[in-house]
Design a protein around this ligand. Structure first.
Ligand SMILES: [Zn+2]
Ligand SMILES: [Zn+2]
Length: 376
C-alpha cells in the first residue's frame, strides 16, 4: 500500500519543478536535468542531495509513465479517502508499484533493489488523513430550486467523538507514544548506501497508540451523530445535480482536513411550470375567438405576477411563444418563459353562442374547417 499512501501525500509535479499540465517531453527533460545535478556520483556523501535524488527518481517513476501518471492524477483529483470507508475506495496494483522502475533504477546504480522493501502500512491512520466525503439527498420545491434557497440538512454521519474529542482514548487518559517507533511513525531500515524508512506497523504511522480506548467510539475517534448543516442551494439547481459543500463531510483524522458533503438534489415537479435548462415552460388556455382574432392573454410567471402575451390573429394550438427574461435567473444568465397555446373548446354553449357558432359554420362552409371530418 506504500504507493497509495505516497501518492496522496506527495506532489510529484513539484518534485520535478513542472506543472501538472506539462507534456511527457517536458517531464523527461526536467527529470534528466535534476538527475544529472543530484546524482550521487556528483555529490558524494551529501545526504541532502541523496534524498532529493531519490525523491526526483520516485516522481519520475510515476510521471514518466503515461498509465501511472493518469492513475496518479486521478488519485490527486479524488483526494485521500482515509480509512473510514470512503465511497468506492481504491485498490492499486501493488505488484506493479513494487516492480517499478524506481527499484530497477536504484538497483542498477547501487547494486541493490531499493523500493521493493517498503510495504506493510495500512491506509488508515498514516499521518494526517482527510475525512471521507459524505453523500446526502435533498428534495426541493420547484420554485425554491429556481430561485435558490438556504436550507438546513439533517444528517446522521460520522462526527468527531464527543466523549474523547476525537482522540480515541478513554477520557482522562491520553494516547501513548508508540513504543515501537518512539512516536516517529516510521521504522528505519538501514541497508547499504541508503536508509529506507517504512511506516510503523504498530501505530500505523500515527506515532501514538491507544492503550485504553474510548468506550463511545472504541478508539476510532469518530461516532455517528445527527447533525445539522446549513446549505445554500444556488438558483437554477436542476434535478439530479450534486452540490459539493466543502469541508462539511466526515472529520479528518490525525489533524487532517474534513471531507466534503455531496448533496444530490431532487426537484419536485410543479403543477403548471416545467423546465428546460434555464427556460421555464407553461401551457396557457386560449379561446377560439382569441386565437382567431388575436388577443392579449395573461401568462403566469414564477414570481406570481402574470405577464400579458400578445398573440396574433390565427394563432394555432400547440404553437410556442417566448417571453424574454421571465425564466430562471442564475449567475450564468436568465432564461425565457416558453408559452405553449392550448385551444379551449367549450363543453356547453348558451343560446346566443350556439347561434353564433352556427352562423360561423354556415359562413365558412366548404372551407378547410371541414377537412378531416368524416362524411355523415
Ligand atoms: Zn471517543
Ligand atoms: Zn509506531
Amino acid at each position: 500500500m506504500a504507493a497509495q499512501r505516497e501518492w496522496f501525500e506527495k506532489d510529484y509535479y513539484k518534485e520535478l519543478g513542472v506543472t501538472d499540465t506539462a507534456t511527457a517531453k517536458e517531464i523527461t527533460k526536467a527529470y534528466r536535468k535534476l538527475a544529472r545535478e543530484l546524482h550521487p556520483d556528483k555529490n558524494p556523501g551529501n545526504a541532502q542531495s541523496e534524498e532529493r535524488f531519490k525523491a526526483v527518481s520516485a516522481a519520475y517513476d510515476v510521471l514518466g509513465d503515461e498509465a501511472k501518471r493518469a492513475e496518479y492524477d486521478e488519485v490527486r483529483r479524488l483526494g485521500p479517502m482515509g480509512g473510514q470507508g470512503g465511497p468506492g475506495g481504491f485498490t492499486f496494483n501493488m505488484d506493479d508499484a513494487n516492480a517499478s522502475g524506481l527499484g530497477d533504477l536504484l538497483g542498477q546504480m547501487f547494486g541493490r533493489r531499493g523500493a521493493g522493501g517498503r510495504s506493510g502500512a495500512t491506509a488508515s491512520g498514516v499521518g494526517p488523513r482527510r475525512g471521507a466525503d459524505v453523500q446526502a439527498e435533498l428534495t426541493v420545491d420547484f420554485v425554491d430550486a429556481a430561485r435558490g434557497m438556504t436550507t438546513t440538512l439533517h444528517l446522521t454521519s460520522d462526527a468527531q467523538c464527543s466523549t474523547c474529542a476525537g482522540s480515541g482514548a478513554r477520557p482522562g487518559t491520553t494516547p501513548k507514544l508508540c513504543p515501537q517507533c518512539g512516536g516517529r511513525g516510521v521504522i528505519d531500515d538501514n541497508q547499504g548506501l541508503f536508509s529506507f524508512s517504512s511506516p510503523c506497523r504498530r501505530c500505523g504511522g500515527g506515532g501514538t497508540v491507544i492503550e485504553d480506548p474510548c468506550p463511545t467510539c472504541r478508539g476510532s475517534g469518530v461516532e455517528k451523530r445527527p447533525r445539522e448543516v446549513q446549505a445554500r442551494i444556488p438558483a437554477g439547481v436542476s434535478d439530479g445535480q450534486t452540490i459539493r459543500l466543502k469541508g462539511r463531510g466526515a472529520p479528518g483524522r490525525n489533524g487532517g482536513p474534513p471531507g466534503d458533503l455531496l448533496v444530490q438534489i431532487h426537484v419536485a415537479p410543479h403543477p403548471r411550470f416545467g423546465r428546460t435548462g434555464n427556460d421555464l415552460t407553461v401551457r396557457v388556455p386560449v379561446s377560439f375567438p382569441d386565437a382567431a382574432l388575436g388577443a392579449d392573454v395573461p401568462v403566469p410567471t414564477l414570481d406570481g405576477q402574470p405577464v400579458m402575451l400578445r398573440i396574433k390573429p390565427g394563432t394555432q394550438p400547440g404553437s410556442r411563444h417566448r417571453v424574454r427574461g421571465k425564466g430562471i435567473q442564475t449567475k450564468k444568465g436568465t432564461g425565457d418563459l416558453i408559452v405553449t397555446i392550448d385551444l379551449v373548446v367549450p363543453t356547453a354553449l348558451s343560446e346566443a353562442e350556439r347561434s353564433a357558432v352556427e352562423q360561423l359554420a354556415a359562413a365558412s362552409a366548404g372551407e378547410t374547417v371541414a377537412a378531416g371530418r368524416e362524411p355523415a
